[in-house]
Write a protein that binds this ligand. Structure first.
Ligand code: SF4
Length: 407
């Protein structure tokens, strides 16, 4: 009997209980739950007794990696709507169950700047008694933010939500001088988790503007990093996103133009924009070395080594993660269907139809355990062979701000 499921809800099995046998894990349960939520159904989770002679249970046992895996749903006895949903949901996932290969791009997940920013907040929560405010998302990932919020961090959009004199953390994406000035004026203790590679771009912006150049910042309007960099010399900086924007650019002196880039752009697209700038302004000057950070470049290179051999690419990351979005676009430009997923619950059965090889990666702000959960979930739909393709190895580590380190 399924005592967990009530009318209007659908049970998603986390394991199948078959009389006389060890229980069978339902590894794809996260994806099945996500499927139901997208259909407006609130799932509950629990074990499902199968072969009990009722037609309220919808379950299947499949070959998995090194054993059997299960898929199972159930609805209440007097809930024909729930039963119909359970039946069609099981059918949708069974239709795409098959053996697969997962190509794991490496490097993937956290970069040094993200790891540092998260550790800053974690340590402050351990070290301090008072509230720890964080301006904006510390890194662009819903899971990271939810975990830190649950641990006590107070996320705010702007400093007007922070009380005077409180401790506030600036996120990895950096802030404009105006934000720093407000924090100082109101006596806040600022702990700066800005990635050092973003700070490098701010320093360049000040230097280029200081020598009288028009600074062309290549980046995406509205992104926090771009807002912060623009704020260094707003009267001398213009933002461009595309080659077309370059054609429409108006500058004071074509002999005095410099460019900078957001750190998380696609290398190939940015190269085109820089070429267009150089064609219009032959005296164009730029940063000593590329502003696109090592982590963005490495993740793009790693995905390039995977995307061409995959039928589908899944990028783990949140919708506001610039470097994750660039990975999706990169795979699509390589001709491979690609989707951004916050976690395994976002995987859709229709994406998997006819797909044998799946490339998997994660943006620099996505925790690696989410990637592991995606592989586990895919393993709930048949045997999975995992092949890791490493194109580079990252050893960079950024030290913590002194205040946090000392405490
Ligand atoms: S993606 Fe690049 S710039 Fe952003 S935090 Fe990571 S290393 Fe720093």
């Amino acid at each position: 009997m399924n005592t967990l499921v009530s009318t209007g809800s659908v049970l998603v099995a986390d394991r199948l209980l078959v009389p006389g046998q060890p229980s069978i894990r339902c590894q794809a349960a996260d994806a099945v739950r996500g499927h139901l939520r997208r259909r407006g159904v609130t799932p509950v989770t629990g074990p499902l007794q199968v072969l009990d002679g009722t037609d309220r249970n919808f379950a299947a046992v499949l070959p998995g990696t090194g054993g059997q895996v299960g898929l199972g749903l159930a609805a209440a006895e007097h809930d024909p709507t729930g039963q119909a949903i359970a039946a069609t949901t099981l059918a949708a996932w069974l239709a795409v169950a098959r053996p697969r290969t997962v190509l794991l791009a490496s490097p993937r997940s956290f970069c040094a700047g993200v790891a540092r920013a998260i550790e800053v907040v974690e340590r402050l929560l351990e070290q301090r008694d008072g509230p720890i405010y964080v301006r904006k998302q510390i890194v662009h990932n819903t899971h990271v933010v939810a975990k830190l919020r649950a641990a006590g961090a107070v996320f705010v959009d702007e400093l007007d939500a922070v009380v005077d004199g409180a401790t506030v953390v600036f996120s990895a994406h950096g802030v404009s001088p105006a934000v720093r000035a407000e924090a100082t004026r109101r006596g806040m203790e600022v702990i700066d988790a800005t990635c050092p590679l973003v700070t490098k771009v701010h320093v360049e912006a000040r230097r280029f503007a200081g020598r009288g150049d028009t600074v062309v910042l290549i980046g995406h309007a509205g992104h926090e990093e771009v807002d912060g960099t623009l704020g260094e010399a707003p009267e001398r900086t213009v933002l461009v996103e595309t080659v077309d924007d370059v054609a429409n650019l108006v500058v004071d002196d074509p002999e005095r133009v410099s460019y900078l880039t957001q750190t998380t752009l696609a290398v190939d697209e940015t190269t085109e924009v820089i070429s267009a700038l150089r064609a219009r302004f032959p005296a164009l000057r730029g940063p000593g070395s590329d502003d696109i950070c090592y982590a963005s470049t490495n993740r793009q290179d790693a995905l390039t080594a995977v995307a061409g051999d995959a039928d589908l690419v899944l990028v783990v990351g949140s919708v506001n993660s610039s470097n994750s979005l660039r990975l999706v676009e990169l795979a699509q430009r390589a001709g491979t269907p690609a989707h951004l997923i916050d976690d395994a619950g976002d995987i859709r059965p229709e994406w998997l139809a006819g797909v044998d090889v799946i490339g998997v990666t994660a943006g620099a702000s996505a925790p690696s355990h989410l990637v592991e959960a995606v592989v586990t979930t895919l393993g709930g739909l048949g045997p999975v062979t995992v092949v890791e393709r490493e194109t580079s190895r990252e050893t960079l580590h950024f030290s913590l701000p002194a205040t946090v380190r000392r405490s």
